[in-house]
Design a protein around this ligand. Structure first.
Ligand SMILES: Cc1cc2nc3c(=O)[nH]c(=O)nc-3n(C[C@H](O)[C@H](O)[C@H](O)COP(=O)(O)OP(=O)(O)OC[C@H]3O[C@@H](n4cnc5c(N)ncnc54)[C@H](O)[C@@H]3O)c2cc1C
Length: 455
């Protein structure tokens, strides 16, 4: 008898788990209440990057003179933009669905709920109720945006990130609350689309978790493009004025005025309301389903992957967790099998300049008292960056001074999210700086900066 594997949630974690388990011979049912592809496709990664791509094009057109053209001022058509975002989502959801079906995965449209350790009940969208028996279950239910008590979200002028694809209108003056990855991406998106933006930064640095040098490069760019940074400003209330404006009040008494406000203050794991308690699955104080290296919860045959597991909240990580969980269900971990190393996950911030990093950061190494070698090359001397008219940023590589092994790196600049893959591969495969320095990269290309930084 094949292993019966039920996956609740069809985001990157659920889709990858279902696909892997089916390929390995399991009988798989994927339960999804919205669309296959999950929040990643519908609300988070894909729509935000599609809007950012349009914003970046607008910004590029305005800077056309740097490439010897007259500067242009394209008008943004919100209806067309919205249609494009939905078309991309639809294409991705369709191709994922087709692939899963071709692998023999059963997809049930509805809400899944655990009613016992080995039983999942599905309330289908058409009202039907179906019970599924499972040898193993994966919880891949994701997360949703956190809304603080003081914020009266109305989807019109006080928005969560899910209400911004696109918003009803381009905000005249947007106040963004939250300066983590999501907050700064939305600052970049809306300033490129023409909004005047104020960013409330609760600490003294945007991107508080990032290398200070990387964060400083972004702050400089924000300031140069007219973004107002309010540092040490923690929002605590928002009021609508008679003149139709919003007034955001901060804990230290500062008051910021805007036409719209966007919240980017983190997310809440989707772990409630679907019967985890009936299966004895524990959640931690933050509501995450705590998991071990195989993505098992405290109940051995119930796994969790993706945002609900409280590890790195990235679609890329969710997908690999899903694959690892499926491989464990199918007994593959006993063969040659590499554990997921969260410290080696590359991540990117789709601002301008783009920011990406992987592995050990310089500041982190100093905090740990670890000896490192840091080499840095500015893109200002890179031929391709100059040809493209955007030579902002740098490549930084962190290595072990005694072995030369690459431990990490950051890229700030055009296409950083692509360039960092080479450093990520070096970190995962324990390559040495010499391996990068002696690689024959293309000329003229941004990747030459990687080889140079490795010299
Ligand atoms: C604005 C924004 C931008 C982001 N951009 C990026 C990016 O560029 N790159 C990146 O790597 N990460 C990005 N992320 C993070 C990324 O979106 C998440 O880490 C990723 O979506 C997590 O995937 P997941 O599989 O855990 O769940 P999700 O993608 O959240 O999917 C969970 C699915 O489970 C379904 N579900 C929930 N409960 C049930 C139930 N009981 N029954 C049936 N179905 C259920 C939901 O409908 C949903 O479809 C971004 C996040 C945000 C907020």
């Amino acid at each position: 008898m094949p292993v019966c594997f039920v996956v609740i949630g069809g985001g990157p974690a659920g889709v990858q788990a279902a696909s892997t388990a089916a390929r390995l011979g399991a009988q798989v049912t994927l339960v999804e209440r919205d669309v296959v592809g999950g929040a990643a496709n519908l609300w988070d990664c894909v729509p935000s990057k599609a809007m950012i791509a349009t914003g970046s094009l607008v910004a590029l057109a305005r800077r056309a003179t740097v490439r010897g053209l007259e500067s242009l001022s394209p008008e943004v058509d919100l209806e067309l933009l919205g249609a494009r975002v939905r078309e991309i989502e639809h294409k991705l959801a369709t191709s994922m669905t087709e692939q899963l079906l071709s692998q023999g995965v059963e997809i049930l449209a509805g809400t899944g709920r655990l009613v016992g350790p080995h039983r999942v009940e599905v309330s289908a969208d058409d009202g039907d109720l179906r019970a599924l028996d499972a040898d193993a279950v994966l919880i891949a239910t994701g997360s949703y945006p956190r809304v603080p008590d003081w914020a009266p979200v109305d989807g019109k002028r006080v928005l969560t990130t899910r209400q911004a694809y696109p918003p009803p209108e381009i905000p005249d003056r947007l106040v963004v609350v939250g300066s983590g990855v999501t907050g700064v991406e939305f600052v970049h998106m809306f300033r490129s689309l023409g909004s005047k933006v104020t960013l409330l930064v609760s600490r003294q640095q945007v991107l508080p978790q990032k290398d200070p040098e990387v964060a400083a490069a972004l702050e400089t760019d924000f300031l140069e493009s007219g973004v107002v940074l309010c540092k040490g400003a923690r929002a605590m209330a928002v009021e609508h004025t008679d003149s139709g404006r919003l007034v955001v009040r901060c804990e230290d008494g500062r008051v910021v005025d805007g036409s719209h406000m966007l919240l980017a203050v983190g997310s809440v794991p989707a772990s409630g309301g679907f019967g985890l308690e009936h299966a004895g699955v524990e959640v931690n104080h933050a509501g995450h389903v705590a998991v071990n290296q195989h993505c098992q919860s405290n109940v051995a045959h119930i796994y969790a992957a993706g945002d609900v597991s409280g590890r790195l909240p990235l679609a890329s990580v969710a997908a690999v967790q899903g694959r690892k969980a499926a491989e464990h269900v199918m007994g593959l971990h006993s063969r040659q099998h590499r554990h997921l190393d969260y410290d080696k996950a590359a991540s990117a911030i789709f601002t301008e300049p783009e920011i990406a990093d992987v592995g050990l950061a310089e500041a982190e190494a100093f905090a740990l008292g670890r000896k490192i070698r840091v080499t840095k090359v500015p893109l200002a001397t890179n031929a391709r960056a100059l040809i493209d008219g955007d030579a902002r940023g740098f490549v930084k590589i962190v290595s072990d001074p005694s072995t030369g092994i690459v431990l990490g790196g950051s890229v700030v600049g055009d296409r950083a999210a692509e360039l960092v893959s080479v450093i990520a591969l070096a970190v995962t495969a324990n390559l040495r700086v010499l391996d990068l320095a002696e690689s024959l990269f293309v000329h003229p290309a941004l990747s030459e900066a990687l080889a140079e930084a490795a010299e």
